[in-house]
Design a protein around this ligand. Sequence first.
Ligand SMILES: [Zn+2]
Length: 131
Amino acid sequence: MYVMVDGKGLIMPIYHSVGKKCMERVEIIAYRKAVKLHVFMPSKRTIWTVVGNRYEYWINPPDYCTCKDYYFRARALAIEGKGGETSCYHLKAVEIAKARGMVDEVHFHDDEYYDFIRALIDTIYRGVKGG
Ligand SMILES: [Zn+2]
């Protein structure tokens, strides 16, 4: 999807594919440290999330996000083979944050894993239900 080079090199291909308005949203997400990598120790299990304006989204980079935009637009386009943008701006923000070293890495103990998953699923549920 993207070439993982330095920040400047990464930006240009994305500008071409998603347009300036979407790119501005992606930049804002990356700069406010909203891309989070949760690392559970000692197992080193990881969960990626992006904190949006209203909800936190569970991300499996490079190709899955729990947001509505990904499900109803990006995924539908990919399934129907219609082409177009098959990602969402959360996934783009993850790529940019990774390339620029702007991922907020948060460490937890493995004992916290199930409560974390429960809270994250509750957030996703509210996002899906509430819009
Ligand atoms: Zn998304």
